[in-house]
Design a protein around this ligand. Structure first.
Ligand SMILES: [Zn+2]
Length: 287
């Protein structure tokens, strides 16, 4: 059973409503673990995870002040082995010349601020946090150097623009390997670090063709090598329609069930960590 999938859901923050998480995943929680990338101190700016009426404020909203949400997520971590990761610090976007810049494009947080935010989040959810997801999947080289010293796992989305190979089993395998290394190869030109694991993700959205994705994963699954694939999604997108007009949450549930019936495994970050330590995955480089 060579493929393990880790579902990474981004954006849980002070403004998240429990009903939104329920709509997206309530049928899946008993079946697979969802890994939540959580924003500790959101500043509500242009983003799908905050209602537009709040945009433009400079105020920070600490997640622990939404007690209902914190209790709900804590229950998920205990009962269904969902793991929590840190998703930026404020997730604020700032505009320069009409362009929205992600948090780590306009702010160079100190290591102390990143560590304090991590301690706050671990304390709020009474859990150990080993993964970091940068907002908009963007980190500057400076931020990268700090983050990999604090978090064992850094999630990212690679640029797939360079990939123009035909769809064959061996090329799909090559893509899997490429996903795990492309960030280091293209974003950063310095390789002196030997810290952290860079986990590239496939971004799911309402434009995702889940049938195509399933076909690709099945091909990879038939390979003998053991790989882990990260699928990145957003709970707040799940209520919308996907490519064929079906609600995205239903498409996603169907995709998960098809994958499970093929023997594809869904894991949380703790399980991935154990697998990496046992050198289980051939597409993960520990650098
Ligand atoms: Zn985000």
């Amino acid at each position: 059973m060579p493929v393990d999938i880790l579902i990474r859901d981004d954006d849980v923050n002070f403004f998240t409503e429990v009903s939104e998480l329920d709509l997206a995943y309530s049928k899946l929680f008993p079946v697979i673990p969802i890994n939540f990338a959580v924003v500790p101190f959101i500043v509500p700016s242009v983003t799908g995870c905050v209602q537009s009426k709040h945009w433009g404020s400079e105020k920070q909203y600490p997640i622990d002040t939404n007690r209902e949400l914190v209790l709900y997520v804590k229950k998920l971590t205990g009962k269904y082995k969902c793991n929590i990761m840190m998703h930026g610090i404020t997730h604020q976007y700032k505009f320069r010349k009409g362009v929205a810049l992600a948090e780590f494009a306009h702010s160079d947080h100190s290591s102390r601020i990143i560590k304090e935010s991590l301690a706050y989040l671990e304390n709020t959810f009474s859990t150990n946090i080993i993964g970091f997801v940068p907002p908009s999947n963007y980190v500057s080289a400076s931020a990268y150097n700090k983050i990999v010293k604090i978090f064992p796992y850094l999630f990212n989305v690679p640029s797939l623009k360079k990939i123009s190979r035909p769809l064959t089993a061996s090329n799909i395998w090559w893509w899997g390997r490429r996903w795990s290394s492309v960030i280091m190869d293209s974003l950063l030109n310095h390789r002196q670090r030997s810290l952290g694991v860079d986990l590239s993700s496939i971004d799911l959205s309402s434009r995702t063709d889940f049938n195509e994705l399933f076909k690709k994963l099945k091909l990879i699954h038939e390979d003998e090598r053991k790989v882990v694939i990260v699928l990145a999604t957003h709970y707040w997108e799940m209520g919308g329609d996907s490519v064929d007009g079906t609600p995205m949450n239903l498409e996603f549930i169907r995709f998960v069930n098809s994958s499970l019936s093929e023997g594809i495994n869904f894991i949380n970050l703790d399980q991935l960590d154990a697998g990496v330590k046992n050198e289980k995955y051939s597409n993960i480089r520990v650098f």
